[in-house]
Design a protein around this ligand. Structure first.
Ligand code: 5AD
Length: 472
């Protein structure tokens, strides 16, 4: 769960592309905008994009809700509880609006695209509903809503501004996102999804797949390095189906890995069916590409995978993992698993359990199937596994994975891992934290290191999720 606010980096000489005063078109009504982000890293990246669009048109982002004329909630639709969380937050924001009657409340992103009119019915106080391909219209929307506020049209009589067109040609390539200063930058290399997994709402809320040009992405990374970032995480719904004319994802990894001054490249999330030799080669051979692959399994049963339309069998997935471990020694593999998908029998669930026990993932995100209106499964397959059974199955695989993660971590005691120093430990001001190459959190005394350094840490002890040690 990410939930962060963004603020401008003006004056800190970090945002080379930040519009200069002379370039900024002054809008009729400059607004102070508070952006709140729910869901995945793609949403974090989209919020940075929204901030870029707003700043380019003379608006300002703020880091405190009380300072805002506009609050934009960037939302997730992947599971029902993601939407419930936002509905609850909107209720709170409506209370806030009672004290600040001119506050404009906008709902952006996947849930806006998914619920459409239903969102306006459920939360009639929402002024703006905008999907992921319509952010370019934010300045127009804020201008028109501000005119409503100034002409004293009562809140309930104002029509909300609705932007829900999906547009395969929209890649926001010309927009400079406004990022929080830091070590790790998110970079969207692809938008939308063409895979059509039956459980998944993403293709319906983010539209068709499109990749950004390789040359532009390399230039973006060069700028990020100039701004002080040390690590870039490439983002796409099926990030490894990236292509730009003849260049594929492996070519992109090599090109970005070669950028001077960049310490690390990561990416999320790949699709097993697109795990080509070219991707595996780049992971094995480009020194800056991290040896960590988040490879969503979803189910260990070929029958369930078929119902999910994942386009690989359980055996093909196992073969892929063997090949990765052979070609990329010490690779860390993590995954996503769904239990209780339509028609999942005890025997089919058992195959998932066994697959997880055999593969021994470093860590896993595990979910109960949540039926999403509009998906192929919603239209064609009954959501027939009882909630209690889903809960029991989830508990079983969480127990298994916790045990495996702890065992894998314990086995690293005595090893030395390379860590990119990210920041001060929340619990101890004398310590830093950072991620290992395999994306494990490490905590260690600062010694002479500073944020942004790459240090070697000898692991002395571990918890289920953390490596604790000393710089050597
Ligand atoms: N129900 C439960 N989990 C889902 N995911 C995607 N759609 C659903 C759904 N309808 C999970 C998948 C995916 C991750 C991002 O979320 O495991 O990989």
């Amino acid at each position: 769960m990410n939930n962060q606010t963004l603020f401008p980096l003006y004056g800190k000489d970090k945002q080379a592309d930040a519009p200069q005063a002379s370039q900024v078109e002054t809008p009729t009504h400059a607004r102070r905008v508070y952006i709140e982000t729910y869901g995945c890293q793609m949403n974090v990246s989209d919020s940075e994009l929204m901030a870029g669009i707003l700043m380019q048109s003379g608006h300002q982002t703020v880091s405190v809700l009380d300072d805002a004329d506009v609050v934009l909630v960037n939302t997730c639709a992947i599971r029902e509880n993601a939407e419930t969380k936002v509905i609850n937050r909107l209720t709170q924001l409506n209370h806030h609006k009672r004290r600040h009657p001119d506050l404009i409340i906008g709902v952006c992103g996947c849930m806006a695209q998914h619920l459409r009119d239903k969102l306006i019915d459920a939360a009639p106080y929402v002024d703006l509903v905008m999907g992921p391909d319509a952010y370019r219209d934010l300045p127009i929307a804020l201008d028109s809503l501000a005119r409503g506020v100034e002409s004293h049209v009562s809140m309930t009589d104002r029509d909300p501004f609705v932007g829900l067109r999906l547009d395969k040609s929209e890649d926001y390539a010309d927009i400079a996102p406004i990022r929080k200063e830091g070590i790790r930058a998110w970079l969207t290399i692809q938008r939308g999804c063409d895979k059509m997994c039956t459980f998944c709402i993403v293709p319906f809320v983010r539209g068709r797949e499109r990749s950004l040009p390789l040359k532009l992405l390399v230039e973006d990374v060069e700028k990020l390095v100039d701004q002080g970032f040390k690590e870039v995480v490439l983002l796409g719904q099926t990030v490894n189906s990236y292509h730009d004319n003849d260049a594929d994802f492996g070519d992109l990894l090599y090109a970005i890995g070669d950028v001077d001054g960049l310490e690390r490249v990561r990416f999320t999330s790949p699709h097993p069916a697109d795990a080509t030799d070219s991707m595996i080669d780049a992971m094995a051979n480009s020194p800056s590409v991290c040896k960590h692959l988040h490879l969503p399994l979803q189910s260990g049963s070929t029958e369930v995978l078929e119902r999910m339309r994942r386009t690989y069998t359980a055996a093909e997935y196992r073969d892929l993992v063997s090949k990765l471990r052979e070609r990329v020694p010490d690779i860390a593999i993590t995954t996503d698993v769904i239990v209780g998908f339509c028609g999942e029998t005890d025997a089919e669930f058992q195959q998932t359990y066994e697959m997880m026990a055999d593969i021994r993932y470093d860590s896993a995100f595990m979910f109960k199937y949540s039926e999403r209106e509009g998906t192929l499964a919603h239209k064609a397959l009954p959501d027939d596994v009882p909630e209690t059974v889903k809960g029991e199955r989830l508990k079983q695989i969480i127990g298994l994975q916790e045990k495996i993660s702890a065992e894998i971590n314990t086995a690293t005691v005595g090893d030395t891992v390379t860590v990119l120093v990210e920041g001060e430990s929340r619990r101890d001001a004398d310590k830093y934290h950072g991620k290992s190459d395999g994306f494990k959190t490490a905590v260690f005394p600062k010694a002479d290191s500073k944020i942004g350094d790459v240090v070697n840490v000898r692991v002395e002890r571990t918890t289920a999720h953390t490596l604790i040690g000393q710089i050597v």
